[in-house]
Design a protein around this ligand. Sequence first.
Ligand code: UGA
Length: 437
Amino acid sequence: MRIAMIGTGYVGLVSGVCFSEFGFDVTCVDIDTDKIARLNQGEVPIYEPGLDTLIERNLEAGRLAFTTDFDTAVKKADVVFIAVGTPSRRGDGEADLTYVYAAARQIAAAMTPETVVVIKSTVVVGTCRKVAEIIREERPGVPFSIASNPEFLREGSAIEDFMRPDRVVVGAEDELGEAAMRKLYRPLYLRETPILVSTLENAELTKYAANAFLALKITFINEVADLCEKVGADVQKVASGIGLDKRIGGKFLHAGPGFGGSCFPKDTTALAATGQRHGAPLRLVETTIAVNETRKRDMADRVLAALGPDPKGKRVGILGIAFKPNTDDVRDAPSLVIVPALQEAGVEVVAHDPEAREQAEPLLPGLVWCDNPYDVADGVDALAIITEWNVYRGLSLADIAGRMRGRDVIDMRNIWQAADVHEAGLTYRGIGKRAGL
Ligand code: UGA
């Protein structure tokens, strides 16, 4: 089986590389010549643990190639994946499908008969059928198959998620498409991964419903956390208590500064827009989006409250800028709301992040960057943790306390213990517990 993967963003790159690791012959295509040149030299454009090793191994084995030559890659391929971006469209929040449709046209022009075209990009319901129409218009009479194969991997654990998924979701409505997809995922099937083959619409909507449900779950626990703070309860205890109920499940119940990243914000907005368009509004999803937006701003207010009535001229240290650990991605990260809100109040903000500086620097003008997490504490009036990088968990609190001017620690990820922080002579405010606990 020869695969062409169109688009070397997160999903395309990781999926392409992992398919080559399964032993398939994969050509990854992108229009970005610089990116392709770097990839061919084994240089990885994103921070994703383990990806560099897999790229090197499969390039060497000759199973993996990177090219800008779209037509040749498509001509050679039995299966062509579309994994291009589907950003939020300005104004209406619908997913912008321009790149998907452009790729479909170009594939149609280059493909050989009986090619299977698979959409891996997150696309709104109905897109796969539209792509099939485009291909039919461009190449009337040429047999091909269309399939939907949404991806559920998470940044930071992308390879593990691809190699050991809870399930594989496929939309395929003919023998050619279904057989190709079953063959591609056979290595996972042998490991007893459930492979759900269904209609195109079912597969497309499964992806959005999954992301929206997870975003809703996080937002739910975030609101429970607010209530915990008022009534003197501890959200971590409540989350454990409900999470052990198998109907609820313990994952994605970590209260924090609000969800971010390249998927949840964009996909919840797109799903809400789809619901409105079809006259079936998803009010819970709409509320989730609104609550999450407010939450990020509330986090900035917590820090400002710690600085007293006149925050102007005060200094705040931030640990963690990426939207979550183990990624350099800052798209829709809570830090992108919190840092500017502090700056607008006249606060000087210094920050550390193990990986995100390059991505975040142009987006956060005026932010002072430190190479070392301890330096963030130097002379600050308050210290806030926004991203739960492991390196922050074991920092010496005595050292930090010795460097700080003020005493306030705002831990938006509950990674430190209040007792330890107090022992170092600092005051602690976590999420979902009474201040000081
Ligand atoms: C998410 C989904 O988890 C993947 O299954 C999906 O494939 C992906 O979107 C996508 O659509 O491509 P990702 O955005 O990489 O993956 O990151 P998550 O680990 O889901 O985290 C998203 C956000 O939720 C982060 O800001 C994180 O800090 C936050 N979060 C997550 C919480 O605040 N609490 C939690 O308990 C879990």
